[in-house]
Write a protein that binds this ligand. Structure first.
Ligand code: FAD
Length: 470
């Protein structure tokens, strides 16, 4: 049983707070708590939110108590998984954060090839647990991202072309709904909710656990390959044609970046702007497969592609992108990259505003592209890439410059896009506009709004890329 000293928060009822604290196994943090600041800190240091209460839940029972408290006391509520969300939608000013970070268990069933994952686990927890059995589920490129947020938005990663999006491997989810009830959503139980969870973000309830399908990956041959920026137009033109015709076993996301001035990067490349592809190959004969890629433009300036474990690949960039940097990003889905768009990329890539700023084109074809559009709430099955341009810096003094660059770059390329963005790689509606949120759910918005009306008619869960109940 948790105990707390009640702070008098003017808009919140002290007795109700005391009752919530008594109902939780995990701690209920308030502003005077010594661990409050650490608990409220988000991955993106550009976002600085001060919740009134943080319920660090340790069980489903805690989540139910927190949801009931928020609803009964009309308190704005945010759900926090990994805290990685760009606009900080895992937290809320003056409201209640349902913090799932202590609920991070993973149980692998190697016979059934499934993993049961609690709602606050990080990708690193998931990939570490499954790798012990030679198994993996596709999701993400940085291990500190939360399984909860990334999955509910879709889940793009190193193995998307091989096995689909994270949601394409989701078998069921346990969810605490706005009325405090607990349901399991799957193809056979609450199939409408299950459909909506797979791309509809955190709109429908608190997902306390996920069940994923796992795949054997006996041979993973992966890593980054870089070329000089002055070759980038020809590299991008080659990449766009090559990857869309490659076998499913080959994933590779394209990037513009600046080589960090730090070992183990070769010193002669430090601070150079470059383009590259981060490959992930799970097929046979990797050396033979990569020989023509390596020969395409002469030897790459950097070639770190080789045998690697899935957790090592998934954490390869963690050190370059720790929590606490400033982040601002904009995104779009892309169906094709015509030569004019290539030229725009090259122009803006030459002006990357900070050393950590980057642009990624994540392939979403292969297995992900063959899942029927109506099967899940993810709208853009016809698109070939999820594109994101992101300004990143440890220094807030860079913010204005990198926001300007991101917006201008995005605006120049938006006419070549499929219209909407990946909901997990946008800023919030205040920054982007509600029309952008709507465009990103696309043709599925109306159906999502109807399901929202069934499961959350009063929009209790609205600190997210929000869907208004129909
Ligand atoms: C460094 C970095 C790398 C990234 N890499 C990738 C990538 O490779 N592929 C990709 O697809 N995306 C990637 N993303 C984007 C990422 O998917 C989103 O930022 C996502 O929102 C993060 O989820 P989270 O649980 O960490 O975030 P949080 O901030 O905790 O939550 C984000 C949103 O999800 C909701 N939510 C989280 N958990 C739950 C839950 N259990 N139940 C209900 N709602 C929940 C929250 O309410 C909130 O609206 C990356 C982001 C960063 C910052």
């Amino acid at each position: 049983m948790a105990t707390t000293t009640v702070e008098i928060t003017p808009t919140l009822d002290a007795t109700a707070i005391q009752e919530l604290a008594l109902a939780l196994r995990g701690p209920l943090l308030q502003r005077s708590d010594p661990s409050y600041d650490a608990a409220r800190t988000l991955y993106n240091a550009m976002i600085d939110k001060h919740p009134a209460l943080i319920a660090r839940c340790s069980t489903v029972a805690d989540v139910i108590a927190a949801v009931n408290f928020a609803r009964d006391n009309d308190v704005l509520v945010a759900i926090r998984g990994g805290g990685h969300n760009g606009p900080g939608l895992g937290s809320v000013d003056d409201g209640l954060v349902i913090d799932l970070s202590a609920m991070n268990g993973v149980r692998v069933d190697p016979q059934a090839r499934t993993a049961r994952v609690e709602g606050g686990a990080l990708l690193g927890d998931l990939h570490h647990a499954t790798n012990a059995f030679g198994l993996a589920t596709p999701s993400g490129i940085i291990s500190t991202t939360g399984v909860g947020g990334i999955t509910l938005g879709g889940g793009i990663g190193h193995l998307t072309r091989q096995f689909g999006l994270a949601i394409d491997n989701l078998l069921e989810a346990d969810v605490v709904l706005a009325d405090g009830s607990f349901v399991t959503a799957s193809a056979t139980e609450h199939p409408d909710l299950f459909w909506a969870l797979r791309g509809g973000g955190g709109n429908f309830g608190v997902a306390t656990s996920f069940l994923f399908r796992l795949h054997p990956i006996p041979n993973l041959y992966a890593g980054p390959m870089l070329w000089p920026l002055d070759r980038s137009a020809e590299v991008l033109r080659w990449y766009r044609d090559f990857i869309t015709n490659a076998p499913d076993a080959l994933n590779g996301f394209f990037a513009f970046l600046t080589v960090p001035a730090v070992a183990p990067f070769p010193e002669h490349l430090w601070n150079q702007k470059m383009c590259g592809v981060v490959w992930a190959y799970t097929g046979e004969a990797p050396e033979e497969t990569f020989a023509p890629i390596r020969a395409q433009f002469g030897p790459p300036a950097l070639d770190w592609v080789g045998p690697i474990s899935h957790p090592a690949l998934n954490s390869m960039f963690d050190g370059l992108y720790p929590a606490g940097d400033q982040w601002y990003w904009k995104a779009d889905f892309v169906t094709e990259i015509p030569d004019e768009a290539v030229d725009i990329h090259v122009q803006y890539a030459a002006e990357l505003p900070t050393g950590k700023s980057t642009v990624h084109l994540y392939p979403i074809d292969g297995v992900a592209g063959r899942v029927p559009k109506e099967a899940t709430a993810w709208n853009y099955r016809d698109a070939k890439w999820g594109m994101v341009m992101v300004g990143v810096s440890p220094d807030p003094a860079d913010n204005a410059r990198m926001i300007d660059w991101t917006r201008a770059y995005w605006a120049a390329l938006h006419p070549y896009s499929a219209g909407g963005a990946y909901v997990n790689m946008m800023m919030d509606a205040a920054d982007e506009g509600q029309d952008r949120v709507r465009a990103s759910y696309g043709d599925h918005y109306d159906r999502l709004a109807q399901i929202k009306a069934t499961y959350d008619p009063n929009n209790l869960f609205r600190v997210n890329q929000n869907i208004t109940p129909a």
